[in-house]
Design a protein around this ligand. Structure first.
Ligand SMILES: [Zn+2]
Length: 278
């Protein structure tokens, strides 16, 4: 089911991990951001859009993680974009012929693995570095690129509609997940990204996280603050009080506590190794 979050901006929430696909109406068709996860959901979305007479004219993946890189043949053959770094990362990872099998076996939860079509995974075109907007015939969509969570991660600001599409940040259910794969300063990168979002989109009226609930204007600031507090707690080894971790987590999200424990462990190992925090 599609719900409208602002004029000409619709969201489809997946059964998997409260993943949000975002549809933006343009002149000749729609821009589809992070299309979804389960094959039948993407097919239904494609059918809904066809019925509305709104073909997909462009796609965008916010970052190079499998759940943001999927596509369904029924969505058509529109160009699918990402930042240059995002596309390069995807290309690099998929150049290993075993990559898809590994994603299916190790990253996708077994209960949905059979329902996630991987044939069109990651076929994205990198926009030249520093591209400020998605090239398409519709409302301006500004690209806010940063290095938190994944290489070449982009948040998108649809200024005329007051909508911030945050990718995998600013979630009410997921904690900040740092990119700990060979990055020099994951905590610094995350804090820099939060500052960037605060400066660029602090007055957005609607917030759409990659996973979790849609937020109103008050939630943009509140979730920036909450994510920053989490990252500060990681950095300073403070005791954490975050509603997303522990007994106050929403139903079905208790695994986030394990993600938190894993991050603590990996950060501790890093600082042991090079004597620096984070
Ligand atoms: Zn995600």
């Amino acid at each position: 089911m599609l719900s409208q979050v602002a004029e000409g901006v619709l969201v489809h929430e997946s059964e998997f991990c409260q993943s949000n696909a975002v549809i933006v109406h343009g002149r000749a068709g729609v821009l589809l951001i992070d299309p979804g996860v389960l094959g039948y959901e993407m097919a239904a979305l494609a059918d809904d859009l066809r019925e509305l007479g709104r073909p997909v004219v462009a796609g965008f993946s916010t970052h190079p993680h499998w759940d943001h890189l999927l596509w369904h043949a029924r969505l058509g053959a529109a160009p699918r974009y990402g930042t240059a770094r995002c596309a390069a990362t995807v290309r690099d990872r998929l150049s290993d012929p075993r990559a898809k099998a590994r994603i299916a076996a190790e990253l996708i939860p077994p209960d949905i693995a059979g329902q996630v079509p991987l044939d069109l995974l990651g076929l994205i075109t990198g926009l030249p570095a520093e591209t400020a907007q998605i090239p398409w015939d519709g409302p301006q969509v500004r690209i806010i690129e940063h290095q938190a969570h994944a290489p070449g991660h982009a948040a998108l600001l649809i200024g005329e509609r007051g909508v911030l599409v945050a990718g995998d940040m600013l979630s009410d259910v997921l904690i900040p997940m740092l990119d700990l794969n060979g990055t020099a300063d994951p905590i610094g990168d995350y804090l820099a990204a939060l500052r960037l979002l605060e400066g660029a989109a602090g007055d957005a009226a609607v917030l759409v996280p990659g996973h979790g609930s849609i937020g109103g204007a008050d939630q943009v600031r509140a979730r920036i603050d909450q994510d920053r507090a989490y990252v500060h707690a990681l950095r300073d080894a403070h005791v954490l009080s975050d509603p997303r971790v522990g007994p106050s987590a929403k139903d079905g999200w208790d695994w986030v506590a394990g993600v938190h424990a894993g991050q603590l462990q990996r950060l501790a190992r890093r600082s042991e190794r090079d004597g620096t925090p984070g």
